[in-house]
Design a protein around this ligand. Structure first.
Ligand code: UDP
Ligand code: MG
Length: 308
């Protein structure tokens, strides 16, 4: 039996060897379970010496593999590449910055043996995170779970161990706009959730700015829900109904009281409001159209420069 560890890396030169070291420290359970190991580092177009560091490890230990992208394609592409390259009967994906502690692996594996198809982790605290970010993150999860069929757990990390069956299910979803958290929720299977305290990054800085996260959340919503489209239709119907009632009211007022309605300013406000709503709805439509456009082009999800 083989366990594949997928590690997406973007500018993680310090963390690559540290991660390997930690992994080795925690690999005692592998022997006990009769598991072989392979570690697949995905170098997501790093500008530092990440690829060189992985190559050094590969020379020492041929269980270490490298997939190097031609440019930065994003973590989602990295995960997909890892899944494609992984030969393991079990696959786990972990961040290079040791925020996903390898010490949890034995426990995770014990649940797989109990018959779970996948063991996922979530952090219970958001310690060390700006409060504004936590607030928006919470809101995103709440909205997302209301409007989408894919169950997405608050605080879920991408640290997951899964069986070959789940990996193949995920590989069969070859969409271009990959929102991994949603994909996991969508494929289903029996999932065990483990909780742990947030761990601070070992070296370097997070690659996610607030703005990047915001755009990512919009990607998630458009990828796994069409409710925004329905909202814009409903909004249109409601506005039409309101206008209809107002028109009838005005006609009656005019016929009975012969009172031509004054009020240009209110008219301008209404026009502004309605055209705003219209643009907003066209915008929503545009979001879906853009995603469809990218999807139908069928571009590859990533391009490989080097592979070991
Ligand atoms: N990462 C990647 N490509 C990117 C951004 C990030 O492969 O474009 C990797 C990064 O090297 C790390 C993991 O994804 O191993 C998580 O990134 P990060 O620690 O910056 O995110 P956070 O833990 O703050 O959510
Ligand atoms: Mg991190």
């Amino acid at each position: 039996m083989l366990l594949s560890v997928i590690v997406p890396c973007y500018n993680e030169e310090e963390n690559v060897p540290i991660f390997y070291g930690e992994m080795m420290k925690n690999s005692a359970f592998l022997e006990k379970e009769g598991l072989e190991l392979e570690i697949i580092y995905i170098d997501d177009g790093s500008r530092d010496r990440t690829a060189e560091e992985v190559k050094k490890l590969h020379e020492k230990d041929e269980r270490v593999h490298l997939v190097s992208f031609s440019r930065n394609f994003g973590k989602e592409a990295g995960i997909y590449a890892g899944f494609q390259k992984a030969k393991g009967d079990y696959v786990v994906m972990m961040d290079a910055d040791l925020q996903d502690p390898p010490s949890l692996l034995p426990e995770m594996f014990s649940y797989i043996k109990q018959g779970y198809d996948s063991v996922a982790t979530r952090r219970v605290s958001r310690k060390g995170e700006p409060p504004v970010r936590s607030f928006f993150a919470r809101m995103f999860y709440r909205i997302m779970n209301k409007i989408s069929k894919a169950e997405i757990v608050d605080g879920a990390r991408d640290y997951r161990l899964m069986t070959r069956q789940v990996v193949d299910a995920i590989l069969s979803m070859c969409e271009y706009n990959r929102f991994t958290k949603g994909i996991f929720g969508w494929v289903g299977y029996r999932t065990k959730w483990l909780e742990y305290e947030n761990v601070e990054r070992a070296h370097g800085e997070t690659k996610w700015s607030f703005w990047k996260l915001f755009l990512y959340s919009l990607d998630g919503i458009t990828a796994f829900s069409t409710v925004p489209l329905a909202i814009s239709s409903v909004m249109g119907v409601l506005l039409c109904a309101a206008a209809f009632v107002a028109i009838i009211g005005l006609i009656i007022k005019n016929l009975i009281y012969h009172d031509p309605t004054p009020g240009w300013p209110s008219m301008v406000c209404i026009i502004l409001l309605v055209s705003g709503v219209q643009l907003f709805c066209v915008g929503i439509l545009g979001q879906y159209l853009a995603k469809t456009y990218l999807e139908v082009k069928r571009r590859p999800i990533y391009l490989v420069k080097e592979e070991l």
